[in-house]
Design a protein. Structure first.
Length: 105
């Protein structure tokens, strides 16, 4: 008898940011070689040259790269990203444990 399969991503948001990036690439917003070059540069800038296990350091760099790319493409200005991040944080902190987190309109 085998146990439950190991999750592919350590945290749900890792899978979400990965899926979003793949989706944006598949819709033609950017090409994958450009993404890979930018992501490699982010990893190098943070000194993450060692083998990574897909944990927080890896996906924080992934998210940073996606945010910078979307900014460069005129799709998400840093101020808008900061505003949304603050709104999600406020909503999360105001949500009772176990309830879904929802942004105010």
């Amino acid at each position: 008898m085998t146990g439950a399969p190991e999750p592919v991503f350590l945290e749900p948001w890792h899978g979400q940011v990965f899926a979003l990036t793949v989706h944006l690439n598949e819709t033609g917003l950017f090409d994958w070689p450009d993404w890979a070059a930018r992501f490699s540069a982010t990893l190098a800038r943070h000194g993450l040259e060692r083998d990574l296990d897909g944990g927080a350091d890896y996906f924080n760099c992934w998210l940073e790269t996606l945010e910078m790319l979307l900014n460069d493409l005129g799709q998400a200005a840093p101020e808008e990203v900061d505003r949304l991040r603050a709104a999600w944080e406020a909503a999360y902190l105001a949500t009772p444990h176990g309830d879904p987190v929802r942004l105010a309109d």
